[in-house]
Design a protein around this ligand. Structure first.
Ligand code: AMP
Ligand code: MN
Ligand code: MN
Ligand code: MN
Length: 277
């Protein structure tokens, strides 16, 4: 049985490892098939693919696209896509373009509650200046001793209604799915258990995603609790979606899931990799 991990981040977005370090860590963790799915960029894919050539690991080009759906921020993973596709690259560039201004405003919001310099500090922590993320702000808040860990940051800061939060308009669901499909990839709804939207609204999202051409859903995710796995396995079967599995690894020792440390997909699921040769 091969180990699949189809969701993780390098320092091309908000992970801390370089694409090469990430591949080497995945090899040590006995991952057989890894997809690099950085936020709104495929900048790390070439280096990861090149590195995988000299290891017993298959690297699947991927991405994680931020979208706004009925006012909520949702993430769509694209798997096994052509990272050189023009439409995809143009779309991702557009999604990234808003990040700098958003980050500057987040810095202003934090300054107002007595935390100065956060924009510069977050920027210094970004491996890719085009993808400054809330994670970089969160690391600054932890490393400067203001907040004890990342989990607490995302409870007390940077989320709707809390200091440092700035609303943002990302791409639409239709656009993200279209960019992925045009690049020959499969669109997968990321970590559905993480959206705070209630059962009926979540079902509307899944329905909309499927009707726009979405093919898969993350059933096993580092962001899911063990009891969420059977819930989303049932949803995958009900909606006729393929099932994916990914750790959403960002950094060693940061509290998230380690690469490849994932439960098996429930047997009733059809894996998203079923037809991969
Ligand atoms: P952004 O794309 O800038 O909005 O940043 C979103 C990122 O913040 C996610 O991809 C995660 O890496 C991180 N994040 C969001 N919520 C949490 C959380 N509760 N704990 C840890 N990291 C989180
Ligand atoms: Mn992230
Ligand atoms: Mn995500
Ligand atoms: Mn992710």
């Amino acid at each position: 049985m091969s180990v699949f991990d189809l969701h993780c981040h390098s320092n091309a977005s908000d992970g801390v490892l370089t694409p090469e370090e990430l591949v080497e860590r995945a090899v040590l963790q006995k991952v057989d098939v890894l997809s690099l799915t950085d936020h709104d960029t495929v900048a790390g894919v070439a280096a990861a693919s090149a590195c995988a050539q000299s290891h017993p690991l298959r690297l699947v080009p991927g991405v994680e696209i931020s979208i706004t759906w009925n006012g909520a921020t949702v993430h769509i993973v694209g798997l096994r896509l052509d990272p050189a596709n023009d439409g995809l690259l143009a779309g991702l560039a557009r999604n990234r373009a808003g990040r700098e201004d958003r980050a500057r405003r987040m810095g202003e919001e934090l300054a107002r509650i007595g935390i100065p310099g956060a924009f510069a500090e977050a920027g210094n922590r970004a491996g890719n200046r085009e993808v400054i993320s809330r994670t970089h702000f969160a690391r600054f808040l932890v490393e400067s001793g203001r907040v004890k860990d990342m989990k607490t940051v995302f409870r007390k800061y940077l989320v709707k209604g809390k200091p440092g939060y700035v609303a943002h308009q990302w791409a639409s669901l239709a656009e993200a799915v279209e960019w992925i499909r045009a690049a020959g990839g499969q669109a997968v709804l990321a970590h559905p258990g993480r959206y705070q939207m209630g059962r009926e609204r979540l079902r509307l999202l899944i329905d909309d995603f499927k009707s726009q051409g979405g093919e898969g859903i993350e059933v096993v995710s580092g962001s899911h609790t063990p009891d969420q796995i059977p819930v989303f396995a049932d949803i995958a079967v009900e909606f006729g979606l393929l099932a994916s599995a990914g750790s959403d690894f960002h950094a060693p020792g940061e509290g998230g899931r380690e690469l490849g440390r994932l439960q098996a997909l429930p047997a009733r699921c059809t894996p998203v990799w079923r037809d991969w040769n």
